[in-house]
Design a protein around this ligand. Structure first.
Ligand code: ADP
Ligand code: MG
Length: 343
């Protein structure tokens, strides 16, 4: 048994309009708040048809996988960002205040709901905002005993280049020092409330690299790394402590070839796979209790070295679509998620 704690949550997003119009079959049945069946029998329950006419009957009569899978949390189509915050993020904020580095990843194919979970929409707050609100609430509670300093950074890893999303500069260099990996020239932005953060996140998102591909016009091939650096000083003892909360919106996990990528786009895909692969490898090694973790294999894992494993708490939120159209993506995401759960 390793001492590393990785919790894995799965979130199933609702069918979108296009999927509903095409009357697609649901390939996920959520059983309860910790388990689901992937690829259940079609005629087990008419509930799956979410409509009367089934235009996409599986005429191949393929044998259904009917895989029952368990996770730390499972959120069905009706869940809202607030649910994920309450169940998964609140405990993490407590860990942060207790001195642990914590990180949250949203993993999944493009269109599965990663950014929606992290950042929400114009009307609905994402877990980033809700978590920061909770962090400031707790900071307020501790303010008699401790002094706090909050600095944030918002980085993008795109094509293995590290960019600052909060100020436009060229790619940043990573260098190793005694305390770990440092992003050269990165200046943290001080903030004093969750509201102050919102504008920064908007600014940062406008700076995110977005390229339309055949598969999805909103496809994002970049990893966005939001980090909160919290310095706490005990007012009585003057003891100092610095902890980090990292929230990472990973690039789409779908395969490069599935989007018919060529040339530059293909290179991006290859590099994304490199970072995701490196992350997966690190997670596997942590699960196996290995001493050597290959953090150095990608810039994503280098930046997150002190936020994965060791004295760290990690949450992986696997986002999936319930539609039969994304069968392979959903299957791959669930497999990745159940591997992470072994830790
Ligand atoms: P990703 O970041 O994984 O590519 P998005 O978060 O952009 O995917 O989601 C794709 C689309 O689905 C967006 O239009 C988003 O608003 C919508 N969506 C995703 N998850 C939900 C949800 N839980 N409820 C409602 N709409 C959602
Ligand atoms: Mg996204």
């Amino acid at each position: 048994m390793s001492e590393v704690a990785i919790k894995v949550a799965v979130r199933v997003r609702p069918f979108n309009r296009r999927e509903l119009e095409q009357n697609q079959r649901s390939i996920i049945r959520v059983l309860d708040n910790q388990s689901l069946i992937f690829d259940p029998d079609e005629d087990e329950d008419e509930f799956f048809f979410h409509g009367t006419k089934q235009t996409h009957r599986d005429i191949t009569k393929r044998v259904k996988k009917k895989l029952t899978m368990d996770f730390d949390s499972v959120f069905n189509e009706d869940s809202v960002n607030q649910d994920i915050f309450e169940n998964c993020m609140k405990p993490l904020v407590c860990s942060v205040m207790g001195g642990y580095n914590c990180s949250v990843f949203v993993y999944g194919a493009t269109g599965a709901g990663k950014t929606y979970t992290m950042l929400g929409s114009d009307e609905i707050a994402g877990i980033t905002f809700l978590t920061m609100q909770e962090l400031f609430r707790q900071i307020n509670e501790y303010s008699e005993e401790r002094r706090f300093d909050i600095g944030i950074s918002y980085l993008e890893v795109y094509n293995e280049n590290v960019m600052n999303l909060l100020t436009k500069t060229g790619p940043l260099k990573l260098r190793e020092d005694a305390n770990g990996v440092v992003v050269s020239g990165l200046v943290l932005k001080q903030i004093h409330s969750a509201e102050e953060l919102i504008e920064l996140l908007h600014l940062g998102n406008r700076n995110r690299t977005q390229h339309p591909t055949d598969a999805n016009a909103e496809s994002s091939r970049s990893h966005a790394i939001f980090q909160v650096h919290i310095r706490m000083v005990d007012k009585k003892t003057s003891q100092k402590r610095t902890v980090k909360l990292s929230m990472i919106d990973l690039a789409g996990s779908e395969r490069a070839q599935s989007t018919k990528c060529k040339g530059l786009r293909f290179k991006e895909g290859a590099n994304i796979n490199k970072s995701l692969l490196a992350l997966g490898n690190c997670i596997n090694k942590l699960a196996d209790g290995c001493k050597h973790i290959p953090y150095r294999d990608s810039n994503l894992t280098r930046i997150l070295k002190d936020s994965l494993g060791g004295n760290c708490q990690t949450l992986m939120i696997a986002n999936v679509s319930p539609s039969s159209m994304t069968f392979e993506d959903t299957y791959n995401t669930l497999k990745y998620a159940s591997r992470a759960k072994k830790i």
